[in-house]
Design a protein around this ligand. Sequence first.
Ligand code: H2B
Length: 101
Amino acid sequence: MPVEALSQKEIEDRLAELPGWSLDGDRIARTYRLASHFAATAMVVHIARTQEELDHHSDLTLGYNTVSLTVHTHSAGGALTEKDFELARRVEELAPGHGAS
Ligand SMILES: C[C@H](O)[C@H](O)[C@H]1CNC2=NC(N)=NC(=O)C2=N1
Protein backbone atom coordinates (compact mmCIF):
# COMPACT_ATOMS: atom_id res chain seq x y z
CA MET A 1 0.00 0.00 0.00
CA PRO A 2 1.57 3.34 -0.98
CA VAL A 3 2.08 5.79 1.85
CA GLU A 4 1.76 9.53 1.40
CA ALA A 5 4.54 11.98 2.17
CA LEU A 6 3.54 14.31 5.02
CA SER A 7 3.59 18.09 4.59
CA GLN A 8 5.96 20.27 6.62
CA LYS A 9 3.04 21.35 8.83
CA GLU A 10 1.96 17.74 9.41
CA ILE A 11 5.56 16.85 10.35
CA GLU A 12 5.83 19.77 12.79
CA ASP A 13 2.46 18.91 14.40
CA ARG A 14 3.50 15.29 14.92
CA LEU A 15 6.96 16.20 16.24
CA ALA A 16 5.35 18.56 18.78
CA GLU A 17 3.68 15.47 20.30
CA LEU A 18 6.98 13.59 20.50
CA PRO A 19 9.38 15.35 22.89
CA GLY A 20 12.92 14.13 22.38
CA TRP A 21 12.41 13.46 18.67
CA SER A 22 13.74 15.93 16.12
CA LEU A 23 14.38 16.35 12.44
CA ASP A 24 17.76 15.09 11.24
CA GLY A 25 17.90 16.04 7.57
CA ASP A 26 14.99 14.23 5.92
CA ARG A 27 14.53 11.85 8.87
CA ILE A 28 13.17 11.92 12.40
CA ALA A 29 15.61 10.87 15.08
CA ARG A 30 16.02 10.24 18.79
CA THR A 31 18.78 8.96 21.07
CA TYR A 32 17.89 7.24 24.36
CA ARG A 33 20.25 6.76 27.30
CA LEU A 34 20.06 3.59 29.41
CA ALA A 35 21.54 2.27 32.65
CA SER A 36 23.90 -0.26 31.05
CA HIS A 37 24.99 -1.83 27.80
CA PHE A 38 22.85 -4.87 28.53
CA ALA A 39 19.76 -2.68 29.08
CA ALA A 40 20.45 -0.89 25.80
CA THR A 41 20.81 -4.23 23.99
CA ALA A 42 17.48 -5.46 25.37
CA MET A 43 15.78 -2.28 24.14
CA VAL A 44 17.25 -2.79 20.65
CA VAL A 45 15.76 -6.31 20.55
CA HIS A 46 12.38 -4.95 21.67
CA ILE A 47 12.48 -2.24 18.99
CA ALA A 48 13.46 -4.82 16.37
CA ARG A 49 10.42 -6.92 17.30
CA THR A 50 8.14 -3.87 17.04
CA GLN A 51 9.64 -2.96 13.67
CA GLU A 52 8.96 -6.45 12.35
CA GLU A 53 5.38 -6.23 13.60
CA LEU A 54 4.89 -2.84 11.88
CA ASP A 55 6.93 -3.89 8.82
CA HIS A 56 8.69 -0.56 9.14
CA HIS A 57 12.34 -0.25 10.09
CA SER A 58 14.61 2.47 11.43
CA ASP A 59 18.37 2.70 11.21
CA LEU A 60 18.99 1.49 14.74
CA THR A 61 22.35 2.05 16.46
CA LEU A 62 23.48 0.44 19.70
CA GLY A 63 26.08 2.35 21.70
CA TYR A 64 27.64 1.52 25.07
CA ASN A 65 24.57 2.76 26.97
CA THR A 66 22.63 4.46 24.18
CA VAL A 67 20.12 3.48 21.53
CA SER A 68 19.71 5.78 18.53
CA LEU A 69 17.10 5.65 15.79
CA THR A 70 16.65 7.54 12.56
CA VAL A 71 13.75 6.75 10.28
CA HIS A 72 12.14 7.78 7.05
CA THR A 73 10.12 5.84 4.50
CA HIS A 74 12.12 4.18 1.72
CA SER A 75 9.03 3.37 -0.35
CA ALA A 76 8.04 7.08 -0.34
CA GLY A 77 11.39 8.06 -1.81
CA GLY A 78 12.83 8.85 1.62
CA ALA A 79 10.00 11.20 2.63
CA LEU A 80 8.48 11.22 6.11
CA THR A 81 5.13 9.44 6.37
CA GLU A 82 2.64 8.44 9.03
CA LYS A 83 4.47 5.12 9.34
CA ASP A 84 7.58 6.86 10.66
CA PHE A 85 5.56 8.57 13.37
CA GLU A 86 3.69 5.37 14.22
CA LEU A 87 7.05 3.68 14.81
CA ALA A 88 8.30 6.65 16.89
CA ARG A 89 5.16 6.53 19.07
CA ARG A 90 5.54 2.78 19.61
CA VAL A 91 9.18 3.23 20.63
CA GLU A 92 8.14 5.99 23.05
CA GLU A 93 5.64 3.56 24.61
CA LEU A 94 8.19 0.79 25.15
CA ALA A 95 11.07 3.06 26.28
CA PRO A 96 9.98 3.60 29.94
CA GLY A 97 9.90 -0.15 30.53
CA HIS A 98 13.61 -0.21 29.72
CA GLY A 99 14.40 2.78 31.94
CA ALA A 100 15.35 4.73 28.81
CA SER A 101 15.40 8.50 28.88
C1 H2B B 1 8.59 -5.23 1.67
C2 H2B B 1 8.53 -4.43 2.95
O1 H2B B 1 7.20 -4.23 3.31
C3 H2B B 1 9.19 -3.09 2.76
O2 H2B B 1 10.49 -3.24 2.26
C4 H2B B 1 9.17 -2.24 4.02
C5 H2B B 1 10.09 -2.74 5.11
N1 H2B B 1 10.48 -1.69 6.03
C6 H2B B 1 10.50 -0.40 5.67
N2 H2B B 1 11.02 0.52 6.47
C7 H2B B 1 11.11 1.80 6.12
N3 H2B B 1 11.65 2.69 6.94
N4 H2B B 1 10.64 2.21 4.92
C8 H2B B 1 10.08 1.37 4.03
O3 H2B B 1 9.65 1.78 2.96
C9 H2B B 1 9.98 0.00 4.42
N5 H2B B 1 9.43 -0.89 3.62
